[in-house]
Design a protein around this ligand. Structure first.
Ligand code: CO
Length: 136
């Protein structure tokens, strides 16, 4: 069902401060930076081999990542698995009784199609599935 880990999502208070850690100290290359209005975040992708780390900073406190930071502080936010057909994958997960946050895919970073599964039915892990845009 899942072809690989696409990225690990990390919630941060300050994107530029976090980038200093990941680019300078961890020596990762910045692959992409984008404001994703639909998710209320400014996000970056850093390369780790064929996979990524996604840093997420909220555009405003009253947003999913903003509320996460207020509740839990900075840190691990979600894991994202890559799929080739997100519609079929969502149907299969729904049929399996998993609780979906997104009943339909929405637009994610780099024009990907994404959907989140509720941590209550995925072992306490906020889980994202990603169908990358062609060319990514
Ligand atoms: Co993500």
């Amino acid at each position: 069902m899942f072809s690989r880990v696409d990225h690990i999502g990390v919630a941060v208070e300050d994107l530029d401060a976090a980038l200093a850690l990941y680019e300078r100290d961890f020596d990762m290359s910045l692959a992409h930076r984008e404001t994703v209005d639909e998710q209320g975040v400014e996000a970056v992708l850093l390369d780790v081999g064929e996979n990524h780390v996604e840093l997420l900073a909220p555009l405003e406190p009253d947003s999913p990542v903003g509320r996460f930071l207020a509740r839990r502080g900075p840190g691990m936010h979600h894991v994202a698995y890559q799929v080739t057909d997100i519609d079929a994958t969502l149907d299969a997960l729904r049929a399996g009784g998993l609780r979906l946050i997104d009943e339909q895919p929405r637009t994610g970073i780099r024009d990907s199609r994404v959907a989140f599964l509720h941590p209550a039915s995925s072992g306490g892990v906020l889980t994202e599935i990603v169908q990358p845009a062609k060319g990514h």
